[in-house]
Design a protein around this ligand. Structure first.
Ligand code: GLU
Length: 282
């Protein structure tokens, strides 16, 4: 087929930090269905930047489990740990545009400041519990020139969000979405002091570099989408389309997590479930 700029390109982006469970399987299945319906292609991206939780055997397991389920993708697989120069180049671009700043505050400083009363009463509004809105008072004034980027990076760097701007996108599943920068989410990490790119930066850079036209993922990442749209804009790229799938819940109404080993694809397969039976439940 001739290469077309508009051909659908999706991606499966598992993190090798545990066994894939039924929730991942459903999201990936939906991603594959959407790519197939559009006559497009699917890539496999290995989100292996979390050096602490990463395990090589989980990479092998996720590939095996996805194949067992009947998922296919274009070879080769892309591993984020091999793509650091790309993320570094993006960081340098953001730095040259004055859009990031070094942050020496601890997580605890941010947590304490975010839980303190806020003038407008909106501190923490809508922010995921594990990531409070970064207080404006911690942001350096735009005046002095930025310090140079160290190589390797030795402090956290954050993206300066356009405070008060409403960011919109239309989600393929959930419809119109909006969030106000600085209220619903604050200045977020793009690079960590252990010299690792953040998920937000790596994901935005990859979606652009790999020519992804639609991102299909769990709806726990809708908040991340607003951040990634800002990053893509800052890097001079149009964002892809987004389709966020509802998360799967267990019998107690808790979202499935990698600790739900009983619902891992591996365990279900060992219990004798077939891919057909699993897919039938989606
Ligand atoms: N690796 C991420 C996760 O498993 C998904 C990232 C994405 O699809 O953008 O949550």
């Amino acid at each position: 087929m001739p290469f077309s700029l508009h051909a659908y390109r999706g991606r499966l982006a598992p993190s090798p930090t545990g066994l894939l469970h039924l929730g991942h399987a459903r999201t990936f299945w939906i991603a594959a269905q959407r790519a197939r319906a559009a006559g497009g292609t699917l890539l496999l991206r290995n989100d292996d930047l979390d050096a602490v939780r990463f395990r090589l055997d989980f990479v092998d397991a996720m590939i095996e489990d996805m194949r067992w389920l009947g998922l296919g993708w274009e070879e080769p697989m892309f591993s984020q740990s091999q793509r650091r120069p790309l993320y570094r180049a993006a960081l340098e671009m953001l730095h040259a545009s004055g859009l990031i700043f070094p942050c020496h505050r601890s997580r605890r400083d941010v947590l304490e400041a975010a839980s303190a009363p806020h003038e407008s009463g909106s501190a923490g509004l809508g922010e995921a519990q594990d990531e409070p809105v970064y207080p404006l008072s911690f942001r350096p004034s735009a005046g002095p020139p930025l310090p140079p980027l160290d190589d390797p990076v030795t402090c956290n760097w954050r993206f300066r969000v356009p405070t008060g701007e409403t960011i919109n996108f239309t989600d393929g599943h959930h419809g119109s979405q909006q969030a106000v920068a600085g209220r619903d989410f604050g200045d977020f990490l793009v690079w960590r002091k252990d010299n690792t790119p953040s998920y937000q930066l790596a994901c935005a850079v990859d979606d652009a570099a790999l020519g992804i036209t639609e991102v299909v993922r769990g709806d726990d990442l809708i908040k991340s989408t607003f951040r990634q749209i800002l990053l893509l804009r800052a890097l001079g790229t149009e964002p892809p389309a987004y389709y966020h799938c509802p998360l799967m819940l267990d019998e107690h109404g808790t979202r499935l997590a990698k600790r739900h080993d009983a619902l891992s694809l591996r365990a279900l397969r060992e219990q004798g479930k077939t891919p057909k039976e699993i897919i039938a439940e989606f």
